[in-house]
Design a protein around this ligand. Structure first.
Ligand code: DQQ
Length: 474
């Protein structure tokens, strides 16, 4: 008998590496978020999904729905490859919009065993958004613009509406140069006119650009791209600038996430909030993913804003606060070394504010167990202006592997360090001062590795709040 999604979730609940309050499918592989839309008041999240196993391949669109961006309900698969169709080897990433009273998905279909033929396709949903009909005229865009100098990377449509019609950006690459975003226009989402490259990168910005997002935020335009480094998936970059005559000119740029978050997708909800969700990649071998039976998690949705310096700010949606459980609070502690806190857990929401002196350092260790080395440390060093994430995991019961990530994070004079950390099984989302994001994964060897240590030298802890987080699936 086929196991129901709820039964699968129940069975895998004993796996303490599985997140409890982040979305992931009942089992198997998930990567990019797709088709984010608020339709008839409900949030729809689609996702790149392999229904046949926990590794990438056989890509469909999975589907889930929510009233609050936190609690999700599993729905049947929305899109599957059609044998002989333009998406016969994969239903790749894309977006969803509302058009003439119907929800419409625009996605990339692939053909060929290496997905080397990539075209853009359209599907229309029923009123409840549950059943999707592929358009008879698919593919609606099939030719890579000649200036690309290649014909195999051309994907991930992101569509928005302007006073004079619909616009689409597509991720691609220019041979021997780097990533490029191509721009199109349409009146009906079916017939598209090519308007030229919106923006072209160079080798510094990666070889292929995937999953573009392009939108106006306040009075500026933001372009987000996932930069594929050629061999493995890479980093998410953003550019802020102006948009005139169908060309984008950046005035500032930054890294959206220094860690495991990739292929994010954003949309505007009925509160006019720009909300972003990203795929939190695993950091373990294929064999381990197969043994676990699942792979891939979506980030907690984040609200986007810009500061005066043209930096992208991100904060978890406030809806997350409504599910917080038991709470502990500390304040006004002069830090001189490690303090083991009377707070434990592998699913926590943490908000901390520190004032380090010029030579100070401060942070937290999570998933720790007494003096054992296994843990993840999140440390700020004031002298170098660096945020350091150091992971130590036991291997084969004795030796340790150490993995450190060091990223720049400069504070203004008198600006405190503000850390928001969402710990959830093997997921660690870290956002410093709402503008430096570093998402990480750590797979503790024991369920008892759940202590929180406060770390610091020459630093005042202004405040620390820790909430235990529940499962969203009960
Ligand atoms: N994942 C999809 C592509 C996209 C990539 C395939 C980014 O559409 O470019 O699963 O992770």
């Amino acid at each position: 008998m086929t196991e129901l999604p709820a039964e699968i979730r129940q069975r895998l609940q004993v796996d303490f590496h599985r997140p409890r309050y982040h979305f992931l499918p009942p089992s198997n592989w998930m990567n990019d978020p797709n088709g984010l839309i608020q339709w008839k008041g409900q949030y729809h999240l689609f996702y790149q999904y392999n229904p046949s196993g926990p590794l990438w391949g056989n890509i469909h669109w999975g589907h889930t729905i929510s009233d609050d961006l936190i609690h999700w309900r599993d729905l049947p698969i929305a899109l599957a490859p059609t044998p002989g169709g333009p998406d016969e080897t994969g239903v790749f990433s894309g977006c969803a919009v509302a058009y003439e009273g119907q929800p419409v998905i625009i996605y990339t279909g692939t053909r060929g065993t290496r997905h080397e033929i990539q075209t853009q396709c359209v599907a229309t949903g029923t009123d409840d958004g549950l059943v999707w009909q592929k358009h008879a005229q698919n593919p609606v865009i099939h030719q890579v613009p000649p200036e690309a100098g290649q014909t195999s990377d051309f994907r991930d449509p992101f569509v928005w509406h302007e006073a004079d019609g619909w616009y689409m950006v597509l991720g691609s690459r220019i041979k021997d140069q780097g990533g490029v975003i191509f721009l199109y226009r349409s009146n009906d989402l079916i017939n598209w006119t090519y308007l030229g490259p919106l923006f072209t990168g160079d080798r510094r910005h990666g070889v292929i650009w995937e999953c573009p997002n392009f939108f106006k935020l306040d009075d500026r335009w933001v372009l987000i791209i996932s930069s594929h480094l050629g061999t493995a998936t890479g980093t998410v970059l953003y550019f802020v600038g102006t948009y005139e005559n169908h060309r984008f000119t950046p005035t500032s740029e930054g890294v959206l996430d220094f860690g495991t978050l990739y292929a994010p997708l954003s949309f505007v909800d009925d509160q006019q909030r720009r909300v972003l969700i990203g795929w939190l990649r695993e950091a373990r071998s294929n064999g381990e993913q197969e043994r676990a039976g699942w792979s891939g998690v979506q980030s907690i949705p984040r609200l986007l804003s810009l500061d005066d310096a043209g930096r992208l700010h991100m904060a978890p949606v406030p809806e997350l606060e409504t599910i917080r459980g038991a709470h502990r609070h500390w304040e006004g502690i002069a830090l001189q070394g490690q303090i083991t806190l009377d707070a434990q857990g592998q699913a926590l929401d943490i908000a901390a504010t520190f004032s380090p002196q010029a030579n100070g350092s401060c942070g937290l260790a999570l998933l720790a167990a007494g003096d054992q080395p296994e843990r993840i440390e999140i440390i700020y060093q004031a002298a170098t202006g660096q945020l350091i994430v150091r992971k130590v995991v036991a291997e084969f019961g004795h030796s340790q592997s150490i993995d450190s990530r060091v990223v720049p994070h400069t504070l203004q004079p008198d600006e405190p360090l503000r850390l928001r950390i969402l710990l959830d099984g093997s997921v660690v989302e870290i956002i410093a001062n709402e503008r430096t994001s570093l998402s990480s994964r750590l797979y503790p060897t024991q369920i008892t590795h759940n202590q929180v240590h406060l770390l610091g030298e020459a630093t005042t802890l202004n405040s620390l709040d820790i909430w235990e987080m529940p499962s969203i699936w009960q």
